[in-house]
Ligand binder design. Sequence first.
Ligand SMILES: [Zn+2]
Length: 254
Amino acid sequence: MSRKNPRPIPLDMAQMEGVTQEIVDRLTEAAQANANLWPKQHIHDSPSMEVLFRRAIFGTNVKGEPFKAQIIVFATTSYTGGVALNDIIPLSTPDFLIRAFIGHEAFDDGRQIPIIGLGINGYWTWGKLLKYLTKRREEAVAGIHSEIIHEMTHLRDVIKDQEKWKKKKWAHRDHEIRAIMQQIIHQVRQKIKRQPHSMTLFNRYDFAHVLRQLSPKYRKVYADLTPEGTYIILSGVHQALVEDGHSFERGKLK
Ligand SMILES: [Zn+2]
């Protein structure tokens, strides 16, 4: 097991925060307009992608090479883009976000533009979407922000050896660990900002246990990680918190 200090890929958090707020503003406008006309109609009753919003986002990868990507927010009833029974979400799925990915959009002239795709639940009605975005805006922002952090980490990353990682399970892939770690660090920081008292949990319980309390993402993935993946994530979060000025008792990081 490698014991080098894992550090997250630096991300422009202000840029992503701005883009996230813009997405939620624009979705809210669309929801208002449509909910006025047909509040009970599903947003998009099909596994295809109904694009609700798109905008460019600029950045550089870790080697300093610039990229221009498109963020596409769409409604769909498919987890994967596929149409098989297993791909289609149940009608009663409560989730707002059901899909997030990076891919490429190909143009006739041969250009390929990277895209970040975010799929929202097409079975929701416009009325339900409007209610969610207005009454639970903070939750909507947190969900979208977290997925953009994940996908922007992939865009900034240099991901090699496709033949090797394709054979591994999702949560065992090195670049997924790097992206998941970013999401967890962000969730933990947000939680501590809103509830500073939650830092005291670290004095009472082991580090991994506290992370499960503070980060919904960690709670979701921890059982699927390898011991090395767990180590990388725990140390990355620990390092980020130390850099934020928090201190820990020795030996807490297990
Ligand atoms: Zn990923």
